[in-house]
Design a protein around this ligand. Structure first.
Ligand SMILES: [Cu+2]
Length: 267
């Protein structure tokens, strides 16, 4: 009897704190450990990972997504937001990339988006928090052709993994790869309560490509709490007849700009 009660309490606790972050990334043939905000800050010597350090598994919310916290999440304790790391991981253009989230619970209806920014040199010297540098290369929002229409709600059904493909024609160089979930569960009365879960990884794209990223959007800048198309809305009103448009503009890829691409994110 007592065991049953304890189990129930633990389950409830898990549910309430059900946020998450990307803990590993498959970059082509390489499986890379991402930043662990609970273990890595204590490590001595300090870890050297491709992820810009972030504080915890919680969202950028309460309107703070108009600040530079939205670029790559809140910095680790004692660090500024978007502090570059000193390493990148190589990945050929056109590779499949899989993001392994921590166990993602299904109470965050919303889109999943992935962006690239060209560092124009070493990412160690690039912030990403100013200018129209972010180009969306993948998104999935609400698609009723899936039994579970919201992209973020499909994560638990696919072991909390999400797969995208890097543009094959992209010129080699260092890039920031920014992957993000947006939870819309609290935005029906106040758009500032949107919950963004971004993180940034520094990658070196290799290959013979010659295409440069086009001009994209600014983060901070492109996400605003009064955006009634993408953020300040009742997610339950979204349907096939009332489709959802994710924030951050169109998707760009090898075929140029398009509204939707690589919609499912499955493997
Ligand atoms: Cu959460």
């Amino acid at each position: 009897m007592r065991l049953t009660i304890i189990t129930g309490f633990l389950l409830l606790t898990t549910y309430v704190s059900a946020h998450g972050y990307v803990q590993q990334i498959q970059l082509g043939d390489s499986l890379v450990d991402a930043w662990n905000p609970y273990k890595d800050p204590q490590k001595d010597p300090s870890v050297s990972k491709i992820t810009r350090h972030f504080l915890n598994n919680g969202p950028v919310t309460d309107g703070e997504f108009t600040t530079d916290a939205i670029t790559c999440n809140y910095g680790a304790k004692g660090e500024d937001n978007n502090t570059p790391v000193n390493v990148t991981a190589e990945v050929p253009a056109g590779s499949r990339v899989t993001f392994y989230w921590t166990d993602w619970q299904s109470d965050h209806p919303g889109p999943i988006m992935t962006y690239l920014a060209a560092c124009n040199g070493p990412c160690a010297d690039f912030s990403g928090s100013s200018g129209n540098v972010w180009v969306k290369i993948h998104q999935a929002g609400y698609d009723a052709s899936f039994g579970t229409p919201w992209a973020s709600k499909r994560l638990p059904e696919q072991n909390s993994t999400w797969t995208i493909t890097l543009p094959a024609t992209l010129a080699p160089g260092e890039y920031l790869l920014r992957h993000e979930i947006l939870g819309l569960q609290r935005t029906n009365t106040d758009g500032s309560l949107a919950q963004f879960y971004p993180s940034c990884n520094q990658i070196t794209i290799t290959g013979q490509g010659t295409t440069a990223l086009p001009e994209g959007i600014a983060l901070p800048g492109a996400y605003q709490p009064d955006d009634t198309t993408s953020i300040f809305l009742e997610y339950r009103d979204i349907s096939t007849d009332n489709p959802y448009t994710a924030p951050g503009g169109q998707v760009w890829g090898d075929e140029g700009w398009s509204g939707e691409q690589n919609m499912d994110g499955t493997q």
